[in-house]
Write a protein that binds this ligand. Structure first.
Ligand code: SIN
Ligand code: FE
Length: 293
């Protein structure tokens, strides 16, 4: 089972922790664990409780997304005043998530892309989707259309439910066990096939052997209902006002229920990790005895 590690800090910049506590938290994170921070304040939300209503969100989209660089907001069905309030809320969370990661892992900032911040207003439980898009099945994150060639997927989540409702996840076995179990089922990578997918516009760039392998691990996990039921796992409730962080390309996870979430994805490179040998690409390289690049 992946480690669930509680961090007692009440400050986004972690100034109330010792260096040893910060180093320990970073080691757990890079090892595929989940950091849970129940005490971080988020006053921004107090004045905009009225925003927490699915009526503002496009029902066809899983989330609202905001790119703070271009100020582009997607997935909101509302007038300009509501859009402005959503931008403020999401931008505020993005800033705090960046402060948190800078404090936890100062080296990451040197090589890290910041993805748009996401707001999810819909209840997770009972959502209809294909098995492949069903995030209530244990999986590691891998994006079909956005190859990342080994760059990490680091996510900061916050449960902003105003009614006392926890967000319930299942957390599964360590990445190396997932890779051992399903690695043999990954079909051979064909570069020509990856190039064709890219030419057809189905991927933003050409998938590398790493992207190919991670996507197949994601799919094999989700497709195996017996594995979903019987693999080592535990149910983890994230109470309202809780923030949590994990490498979602490494931590096996599933979202079972809950409503109202803020999420920030960051993409540090493997090179800036404290321990690059823990990255999925390094684990796969040594398991398959070849480079996944
Ligand atoms: C996921 O990343 O699979 C879903 C996370 C969530 O909605 O809680
Ligand atoms: Fe996921």
């Amino acid at each position: 089972m992946s480690d669930i590690h509680s961090v007692s800090s009440a400050q986004w910049n972690l100034q109330d922790l010792s260096t040893a506590q910060r180093m320990q938290a970073l080691a757990v994170l890079e090892d595929g664990g989940v950091l849970v921070l129940p005490h971080l304040p988020f006053a921004e939300l107090d004045t905009v409780r009225w925003l927490l209503d699915p009526k503002w969100a496009d029902p066809r989209r899983k989330n609202i997304s905001f790119d703070s660089t271009s100020q582009s907001l997607r997935g909101v069905h509302a007038d300009a005043a509501v859009c402005e309030a959503v931008r403020t809320l999401m931008g505020g969370f993005q800033n705090l998530a960046l402060v948190l990661i800078a404090a936890l892992a100062p080296r990451y900032a040197a090589q890290m892309r910041t993805a748009p911040v996401s707001l999810r207003l819909h209840e997770v439980q009972g959502r209809q989707s294909s098995w492949r898009a069903d995030d209530s099945r244990l999986h590691i994150d891998a994006f079909p259309s956005r190859p990342n060639r080994g760059e990490r997927i680091l996510r900061v989540f916050r449960n902003i439910n105003p009614d006392g409702k926890a967000r319930i996840w299942r957390v599964g076995e360590p990445f190396i066990d997932v890779a051992r179990r399903f690695g043999g089922q990954v079909p051979r990578y064909r570069r020509a096939h990856a190039i064709v997918l890219n030419m057809l516009g189905m991927t933003r760039s050409v998938r590398s052997p790493y992207d190919h392998t991670m996507l197949h691990l994601h799919d094999r996990m989700k497709a195996d209902l017996d594995y979903q039921r019987t693999c080592p796992q535990s149910s983890v409730p994230f109470a309202p006002h809780t923030t949590w962080v994990c490498f979602s390309d490494q931590t096996s996870h599933a979202a079972m229920s809950g409503q109202f979430l803020l999420e920030q994805t960051l993409h540090p490179t493997v090179a800036v990790m404290q321990n690059p040998a823990k990255a999925p690409i390094a684990v796969l390289d040594s398991m398959f005895h070849r480079s996944m690049r």
